[in-house]
Design a protein around this ligand. Structure first.
Ligand code: ADP
Ligand code: ZN
Length: 607
């Protein structure tokens, strides 16, 4: 068997994706490999394919129980013998699984890093042939990363205890340079073949919206996309509770997830979401790492997250199956404050000394600033993200809310000058709110207290709406004409470029046209199956069958078949097993196992 046959037979695909082959070839040749690819790019296949071709066992180190379970179920469904060793097994189950492993029954074993150095496991590993060690979510070795796992540092000790060194594969979706360097060093990769694929997720539609009423915005979206699976991320537990409660009160099948709930409730919520018994998950960022659910159709951020890294990771949980998905960020200036508060009060990693902690905070403030720029930019959102990760692209993607909004260039010279003068005349002591209120001539107590009513700029922009003043301030900040500090209570300061505002050239800013239409959300018809026209009523029928099978097999529906496979089926409408094998994601095993039932359902539908 060769790699192409493995791809078709077990996974049901015809061609490899970008980067996959280079990694597979390297591993097959016995070299180390390092894959840095975005979520959904297909990292698993990069080590699963060689694992099925190599003699001996592949160990996959994976940080989370849910992740392992998902992967092993997927493999079992595809007809591959795989198992996981982690704390979810009872002592008896573990013993039995180890016995099976010794007998060579598993080609792949997923193992939690904490298990590696347990005596029993080492003994096992020393007496079988370990041909490859794969490290999934390899960024967990990095102290700079967000998901640092001390036990990941022991992987290399474990490998040294083996009678000979297996090839090592490391995989991550985290792109930053520090993290990459940490991975290379901490795993002691030897001259690895490195593959970095583009970070762009072409099927994701990025949007930033600033609605007055966030909840109404969410309701409107969900009503327009009934039954679709999605995640709503909130910054605090309290918001999770509120949003979830309100959704349920409106009859939406929603569940909640945050670190303040009992383990049992979290497990229940997660399961309900995975098995599609609830469609909407309302959660803090505690939810998601290791969620491989492929048919998440939207991720809404109810608050702005703390940095682009988190945003890209969380939003990236949408559309793993490659089908169209929406990533919507609901921005409000209040979110900035909330994040600032969290940075200043976060209990930091205890391993860090005081100075290091301050460094981390400084870095966090800078990251938050970039995140805020993302929310307020008028430029292409995709371009903004990709540049942030060091990729250079065109600045128009045609598939984000900014590229699709109509903009006009407006002259904001007067507003810009008034802002700078106001900052100057009040001694660079105030934040955006005080400056805005002063320019608007507000009667607030805070202004009186600060004697701003006597300021020469008081009321000078009475006619200009608050949002526009803020917009211009953000614009000036981005261009370096003013500087908004990163402190907990940010202050607007002048820069050496401030006075350029008073040169003769007009100050022009791109702004969304008033009363613009909302960008059309990728909806029921657009861009679903890229092969033919999907027949949606057949798709619904097949979804029901999938749910039925999932219940029988006790696996999540997307493990039986992905949405993409079902859409493909409802487009191709296969009549024979041979045609059924043409469907994306249908390999030999699944064809044998489910072919008849799906073919029957399709035949019945056609008649
Ligand atoms: P990652 O681990 O990089 O986030 P996965 O390994 O979970 O991504 O793969 C994402 C999805 O892409 C899965 O549904 C997988 O089956 C699919 N996939 C992977 N490789 C291919 C391929 N060569 N052709 C078609 N689909 C693929
Ligand atoms: Zn764009």
């Amino acid at each position: 068997m060769d790699k192409y046959r493995v791809l078709k037979k077990y996974f049901g695909y015809d061609t490899f994706r970008e980067g996959q082959e280079r990694i597979i070839d390297a591993l097959l040749e016995g070299k180390d490999a390092f894959g840095i690819m975005p979520t959904g790019a297909g990292k698993s296949l990069c080590y699963q394919t060689p694992a099925l071709l190599l003699d001996g066992i592949t160990l996959v180190v994976s940080p989370l129980i849910s992740l392992m379970k998902d992967q092993v179920e997927t493999l079992n469904e595809a007809g591959v013998h795989a198992a996981y060793f982690n704390s979810s097994l009872t002592a008896g189950q573990y013993k039995k699984a180890l016995q099976f492993a010794r007998e060579g029954r598993y080609q792949m074993i997923y193992v939690a890093p904490e298990r590696l150095l347990l005596q029993e496991f080492i003994e096992f590993a020393q007496h079988v042939k370990i041909s490859m060690v794969t490290v999934d979510e390899a960024h967990c070795v990095s102290q700079w990363g967000q998901d640092f796992r001390p036990s990941y540092l022991k992987i290399v000790d474990f490998i040294r205890l083996l009678p000979y060194r297996p090839r090592i594969g490391a995989f991550t979706a985290t792109a930053t340079k520090e993290v990459r360097e940490d991975i290379l060093a901490a795993l002691d990769l030897q001259d690895p073949v490195e593959v970095v694929t583009g970070f762009d997720r072409k099927n994701l539609f990025y949007q930033v919206r600033s609605p007055k009423d966030k909840f109404a915005e969410v309701m409107e979206y969900i009503s327009a996309h009934p039954g679709e699976s999605g995640i709503i991320y909130c910054l605090t537990r309290k918001t999770v509770e509120e949003v979830c409660e309100k959704l349920i009160a409106r009859g939406i099948a929603a569940a909640r997830y945050h670190a303040g709930l009992s383990d049992a409730e979290r497990a229940r919520s997660q399961e309900a979401f995975l098995y599609d018994t609830v469609s909407v998950m309302v959660a803090t960022n505690a939810f998601g790492m290791g969620i491989d659910k492929s048919n998440v159709r939207f991720v809404i951020h109810y608050n702005m997250p703390k940095d682009i890294e988190s945003y890209y990771q969380e939003a990236g949980r949408a559309g793993r199956d490659g089908e169209e998905a929406n990533c919507i960020l609901l921005y409000a200036p209040k979110d900035v404050k909330l994040n600032q508060f969290l940075i200043e009060h976060e209990v930091q990693n205890e391993v860090l000394a005081k100075e290091e902690m301050e460094l981390v905070r400084e870095r966090d403030r800078e990251r938050l600033k970039q995140m805020t720029f993302y929310c307020t930019t008028n430029g292409c959102l995709r371009d903004f993200i990709l540049r942030y990760f060091g990729e250079y692209t065109t600045n128009y993607c045609g598939k984000c809310s900014n590229c699709l909004s109509e903009f006009e260039e407006i002259d904001v010279t007067d507003t810009a000058q008034a802002i700078v003068e106001c900052v100057k005349s009040s001694g660079q002591r105030f934040g955006m709110t005080v400056i805005t209120d002063t320019l608007r001539g507000s009667q607030s107590a805070k202004l009186k207290q600060n004697k701003m009513a006597q300021n020469m700029c008081f009321g000078r922009l009475k006619e200009v709406p608050v949002y526009r003043i803020r917009q211009v301030m953000q614009f000036l900040n981005r261009c370096g004409h003013i500087f908004v500090t990163d402190e907990q209570y940010p202050i607007v300061k002048l820069t050496e470029k401030s006075d350029e505002i008073f040169d003769n050239a007009p100050v022009r800013m791109k702004a969304a046209k008033e009363q613009k239409k909302k960008p059309s959300v990728s909806g029921q018809k657009k861009g679903r199956s890229d092969r033919f026209d999907t027949d949606y009523s057949l798709f619904e029928e097949l979804r029901k069958l999938r749910m039925k099978i999932a219940k029988e097999e006790r696996v999540p529906p997307y493990i039986v078949f992905s949405d993409k496979s079902l859409k493909d089926m409802s487009a191709i409408k296969p009549a024979t097993k041979k045609e059924f094998l043409e469907v994306s994601g249908v390999g030999d095993h699944k064809c044998q196992k489910y072919g008849e039932r799906f073919l029957a359902a399709i035949a019945k539908y056609k008649s």
